[in-house]
Design a binder for this molecule. Structure first.
Ligand code: GLU
Length: 479
């Protein structure tokens, strides 16, 4: 494979005009990691941008580590992020017979061989490599021997090229060349006949018609080990795009020690909207000029592999929270009310949910997450007499008492309970007492919500209604 052209399409891989097929291939060993979610998003977007197909393959060949809860978490998280896949998810383990079939075909065609090296022989080779301080690259003596007759245990190894070099023109990393002498005769089938991961990936990608392999650059080395299998089978080479890792704020690879790494955590514990997480993940490693807020439609219109950055990106929770605040302000009130209602325990009644929806325009500007929305909405559903937060207690003492009494009288006398009438009545109370509006609003807020901060006081009065508002004020008048 000579790397003579700059274009990945002509050097390795399918022409970009062909029908594009991408895939996301998670190993179900835990939640959907934020890095995995970004890989899924990039694959999804690329397929949509090019009118192609996006497939999902669950790489569950590691039976000890793959679990059903992890599969469920991945599927749920992808659905939540709006990353729907075409057709049914492919389960890799179910395809083991097909993987083995390919390995045997490769033995037949001379691209793989049966290796009868024993554990002891391998251990000796390992010790020798360690002593010489070089990595173990297995080139078994069985490479060029006639297979044993009988039923001695063997593994099937790839007959990797030893001469020359392999070049991958990666759409993100550029042109990378590895000397074939650095490759090893990796195992394709274990002695129990089960396929290895390296073989399974290649066979599945081929059988699923995958044209573009977009994945984390922790798999770049694997690409050089997978290509000889592809070439041996005379299959078309995919276009590769290896995306740099996401790093934590301290520059190290993003991991559990940085806190939240699973998508569900962002949904459940941080109260994020999926469009905010998608937008953030898109910008994390991909750019379109200076655009920060990018809708799904714009992303589909603009996404291309050229916009993927070459260096690792740093995860910035503050940025994600800001984006989430933006999308909360944009979101439909009924949808937000439903999402926030689900966070209340005990569950809200339908009337309460409706009230929550009415309150959304007042709550939204102050919240950067569903958690903050739910917290800001607490006052709507509290039982009288309200427990007053310690910080709000002083607002109800001393001078506040005669003001509360005056407010109660003035508001009780109103015919109309609307913003205009309420505002002029409260202003009048302030004027009569010779104080600023704020000095009346603060005790009123404390009495109505039990807190120091809340939506605008007139909105609070309207939302609570006459009876509840007057009751809450009366509760705080001490004698
Ligand atoms: N199953 C691999 C992983 O979860 C991905 C393999 C691939 O994309 O080729 O890291």
């Amino acid at each position: 494979m000579g790397a003579t052209s700059e274009s990945a399409a002509t050097v390795s891989g399918t022409p970009e005009t062909a029908n594009i097929v991408t895939r996301f291939a998670p190993s179900p060993t835990g939640y959907l990691h934020i890095g995995g979610a970004r890989t899924a998003l990039f694959n999804w977007l690329y397929a949509k941008a090019k009118g192609g197909t996006f497939l999902l393959r669950i790489e569950d060949t590691d039976r000890a580590r793959s679990t059903q809860p992890a599969i469920d978490a991945i599927l749920t998280s992808m659905q939540w992020l709006g990353l729907d896949w075409d057709g049914d998810a492919v389960f890799q383990f179910e395809r083991a017979a097909r993987h083995a079939e390919v390995a045997h075909q490769m033995v037949e065609s001379g691209h793989a061989y049966r290796c009868y090296l024993t554990h002891e022989e391998l251990a000796a080779m390992r010790a020798e490599a360690e002593a010489a301080k070089r990595p173990l690259r297995v080139r078994s003596p069985w490479r060029d021997r006639t297979p044993e007759a009988g039923d001695k245990p063997y593994v099937v190894r790839l007959k990797a090229p030893t001469e020359g070099a392999t070049t991958i023109v990666d759409r993100v990393q550029g042109s990378i060349t590895v000397q074939n002498s650095e490759l090893d005769d990796l195992i394709l089938l274990r002695s129990d006949g089960t396929p290895t991961y390296m073989l399974a990936v290649v066979v599945d990608d081929h059988d699923m018609g995958v044209t573009h392999v977009i994945r984390g650059d922790d798999h770049l080395n694997n690409a050089f080990r997978q290509l000889p299998i592809i070439k041996a089978m005379n299959w078309p080479e995919p276009v590769y795009a290896h995306v740099p890792m996401i790093h934590g704020p301290d520059g190290g690879k993003l991991s559990k020690r940085h806190g939240a790494v699973g998508v569900e955590y962002y949904r459940d514990e941080l109260g994020m909207l999926p469009e905010a997480v998608d937008n953030y993940l898109l910008r994390l490693g991909w750019g379109h000029g200076d655009d920060e807020i990018i809708s799904r439609e714009q992303a589909v219109a603009w996404f291309d592999l050229d916009g993927i950055g070459k260096s690792p990106s740093r995860f910035d929770l503050k940025k994600l929270q800001n984006l989430n605040g933006h999308y909360i302000r944009e979101a439909d009130d009924a949808r937000l009310a439903t999402l926030v209602a689900a966070r209340f325990d005990p569950a809200l009644s339908e009337d309460q949910r409706t009230l929550l929806e009415r309150a959304m325009p007042s709550l939204k500007p102050r919240a950067a997450s569903l958690i903050e929305l739910a917290d800001g909405a607490q006052f709507l559903f509290r039982q009288r007499p309200l427990a007053i937060a310690a910080e709000a207690e002083p607002l109800l003492a001393g001078n506040a008492q005669p003001l509360l009494a005056a407010l109660h009288t003035a508001l009780d006398a109103l015919d109309d309970w609307d913003t205009e009438a309420l505002e002029s009545a409260v202003r009048q109370v302030a004027e009569d007492a010779g104080v600023k509006l704020g000095q009346v609003a603060q005790p009123l807020r404390a009495a109505l919500t039990g807190r120091k901060t809340s939506p605008g006081i007139f909105d609070v009065l309207v939302l609570l209604g006459r009876e509840e508002s007057l009751g809450r004020i009366a509760d705080q008048i001490k004698n």
